[in-house]
Design a protein around this ligand. Sequence first.
Ligand code: CA
Length: 434
Amino acid sequence: MPLSHKRGWPMRQLIAASSVILLVACAEKPTAADAQPLPVTPPAPAVTTSAPSTDIPFVQPAQSFSEWQANFRVQALNAGISPQVFDNAFADITPDMSVIKADRSQPEFSRPVWEYLDGALSPLRVRNGQRLLEQNAELLSRIEQRYGVDRQVLVSVWGMESNFGSFQGNKSVIRSLATLAYEGRRPEFAQSQLISALKIIQQGDISAEKMLGSWAGAMGQTQFIPTTYETHAVDFDGDGRRDIWNSSADALASTAHYLQSSGWKQGQPWGFEVMLPAGFDYALADGAVKKTVAEWQQLGVLVPDTSSGSEQLSATLLLPAGYRGPAFLVLDNFRAILRYNNSSSYALAVGLLSQRFNGGGNIMAAWPKDDRPLSRSERVELQTLLSERNYDAGNADGIIGANTRKAIRSAQQAMGWPADGYPSHKLLESLRSR
Ligand code: CA
């Protein structure tokens, strides 16, 4: 049930705490939970901006594109793709430089999570979602019955992934994936997606020409990557084709099928906002630390009245902007959403948007808007300084993963600060001055 408008808090102290980082520049690394599944959508720039970026330089591959294509053709045919399907799909295919550019772009600035949520939960999107819930009520009932996934979250994912089908991407999926397989940063991943894409075409679900998607190969109203499509796309409208591009019924049911497989529990909340007591051990706000809601309550975590019934559910504590910002307990359904796109800011947006359709999903605590996320170069500097001071932050790659969070906590503990693992400016400045 959604966190209601009314303030259902037992009043006491409300010092928030934190440790899970949301400002990861790209979702390649887990940000919240320990879920390690294959995301449905490719690494998404959930919290990045298109502002200045340091691009990874383009390196001309050793082989030409046509040499690569000839080698890959052998591989594809070995995987069961017919020569006709392959040759038709690859007719006139050349590398797409815009895909290379997007793949190699490393944005310097991250959008703060509160700005990301403002965009994701815009009043217009909420209104459109409400309208579509009404228009598709009968369809959504049948999908709920079949897959046991709540309609609000399906429409929320639909809104987040493609703005309800209106932004699906208009690049040739074969061309994008061929480009990434030829010279991208993760060629093996792109090759396996490309084989899947060819299989989808071979099965007759869609033609190569009409198989359009994002630069990273995410397709249709659900933005499924080809391997996820192969395993989870369904033909729900019964026309014999799985058409996540043109059929909302197929797209929504495919989303439901994937969330069901990811462990969605019908009728359970994704999570809820909580308040933490003074002196709370912020190091517990770590995706690896799971406790029942009741156990969190015993530690002094204040939960809203609307969480009633969730006491025995397994939860982790999420602090998207460090201990100074809002705190959330997140449950299995949050982890199911993370399997769609492994970014905790994305999962938070999906959860909150699904509640906004019913007038809920408002966050009570204030965001620390005076503390902008560190830029990419500042994150690299922070990691370097931490490691220099014997707090092993792993590779200085600008990605705040588990190692870096652990190093930040150790440094915070040594200074007697709240150990929320959050990369703040204050921490960076403190390390610089030592
Ligand atoms: Ca269909």
